[in-house]
Design a protein around this ligand. Structure first.
Ligand code: AMP
Ligand code: GLY
Length: 439
């Protein structure tokens, strides 16, 4: 069975491992950089531009691919899934129009309002600067989101990237006057306060099957200081819930996602097939949807796939065939921490040697997932983004965290990681914070 995987980050390395567990699966990787972990698992690989649909498709056709999996969002919003289906190749990853649940923040809010999907914060969509600014004045604390494709950039929130009302109003003007989103509109919504969590689901067009919740650490530095990054690490608990969550948070988040998939089908006549990543906030007033991604999370996919008991390849086929059933996970906790160049994300230096003692890391019950690295003559060097992820599966978050932390001692170079990710101290604080918020 010939399976194409598009992408080359640590998320894709995790997807590659999960595919290769299936007997008879042959992995063909279409990568934008040479991921050494994926390269070792692949029957064949090629380096190319993953958003060029005709190039991806012609390679897939020449390799007689039966099924494709797309890792990152960029090929989805570029229509690579559409192009593969047109050639009769099954593809896990929504077509461009369905991926707009991620790339058009305005559409998702419109859909939630039109179909009365719960968990929607107060919001409006504007094309006029004055109207947008009046609404900001009314809400005071806001999240500002350009509508349409922005290359993953552009969300700014009061108290973080926006210092006060004036900065918020200026940014709304900038989004509209400089056409930051491709749809020439801006979404203004109330700023939510609480603890964020991620629910990743497998969607076959109609039905949806959930994975355990994961929480990632977006900020660059310890104590949640610094800029947002792609994610510095993540964890999940032995149950489907995170320690600060209540059962109803999970149930409500799942309900929101199910209603979204149903409403999307009603609204467009299209089926969403692929992974759907829901970013939620547990607030004083219940669970709210922050945004969707039309792919798995990086690093959240690594946590989830490490404890997947069901056969991943069977799941991929059932997503495409509209037959997704129950999916089983081990009752285990996992912790993932990214090792990054010292000055990531501002000024990551590529080309520095990273010395990795793989044996000692394995003895600490930790696995390595490669991301942005270069391999030359058997040695690994930093690339210009996150270098590699370390993941441990254990009976508790604390144990997994210790394993990963011990493993970082066997990696040397001009690199760093966040020591505080998933430590007991940090998690206890999150639980206390949510208890206080809910009082
Ligand atoms: P990005 O990943 O750059 O799109 O940023 C999205 C982040 O902005 C989310 O993960 C949240 O942390 C934050 N965010 C988005 N919408 C809201 C909101 N309504 N209230 C508070 N924070 C938000
Ligand atoms: N870790 C956040 C994301 O994958 O979007």
């Amino acid at each position: 069975m010939r399976i194409l995987l598009v992408g080359s980050g640590a998320r894709e390395h995790a997807i590659a491992k999960a595919i290769c567990k299936h007997e008879g699966a042959e992995l063909y990787s279409y990568m934008s950089s040479n991921n050494p972990g994926m390269r070792k698992l692949s029957k064949e690989y090629v380096l190319g531009n993953i958003v060029k649909d005709n190039e991806v498709v012609s390679w897939a056709v020449s390799k007689k691919i039966e099924l494709a999996v797309i890792g990152p969002e960029a090929p989805l919003s570029a229509g690579v899934s559409d192009a593969l289906w047109r050639q009769g190749i099954k593809c896990v990853g929504p077509v461009k129009e369905a991926a707009k649940l991620e790339w058009d923040k305005g559409y998702t809010r419109y859909l939630m309002k039109k179909y009365s999907i719960p968990g929607c914060p107060r919001f409006e969509i504007f094309r006029d600067v004055r109207d947008a600014q009046d609404f900001i004045e009314e809400l005071k604390e806001v999240a500002i989101k350009p509508a349409g494709l922005t290359g993953g950039k552009g969300v700014k929130v009061t108290g973080f990237q926006l210092k006060g009302l004036e900065e918020a109003k200026d940014y709304a003007r900038e989004v509209l006057e400089q056409n930051i989103g491709t749809l020439k509109a801006v979404v203004i919504e109330e700023r939510l306060v609480g603890e964020e969590f991620t629910l990743q689901c497998f969607v076959d067009g109609k039905s949806l099957v959930p994975a355990p919740c994961v929480q990632d650490f977006k900020r660059a530095y310890e104590g949640d200081e610094g800029k947002n990054t792609g994610g510095m690490g993540s964890y999940n608990d032995r149950t489907t819930l995170l320690p600060f969550m209540r059962k109803e948070d999970y149930d409500n988040a799942l309900e929101i996602m199910k209603k979204t998939v149903d409403s999307f089908r009603k609204d467009t006549g299209l089926e969403y097939k692929g992974f759907l990543y829901g970013q939620f906030m547990a607030t004083r007033d219940g669970v709210k949807l922050i945004e969707y991604n039309s792919r798995l999370g990086d690093p959240e996919a690594i946590n989830m796939l490490a404890i997947l008991k069901s056969d991943f390849v069977d799941m991929l086929y059932s997503i495409c065939d509209g037959k997704i059933r129950n999916v089983q996970f081990q009752n285990k906790a996992t912790v993932c921490k990214y090792v990054v160049p010292k000055e990531y994300p501002d000024n990551p230096k590529a080309g520095d040697l990273i010395e990795i003692n793989e044996d000692r890391i394995a003895k600490n019950n930790t696995e390595i997932y490669y991301a942005s690295v270069e391999e030359r003559e058997g040695r690994v060097y930093t690339g210009s983004s996150r270098s590699l992820a370390l993941l441990s599966v254990a009976d508790s978050i604390d144990e997994a965290e210790h394993n990963v932390e011990n493993s970082t001692r066997y990696i040397h170079g001009e690199i760093r990681h966040r020591r505080d990710i998933a430590t007991k101290e940090v998690i206890d604080k999150k639980v206390e914070f949510m208890d206080r918020l809910r009082e």
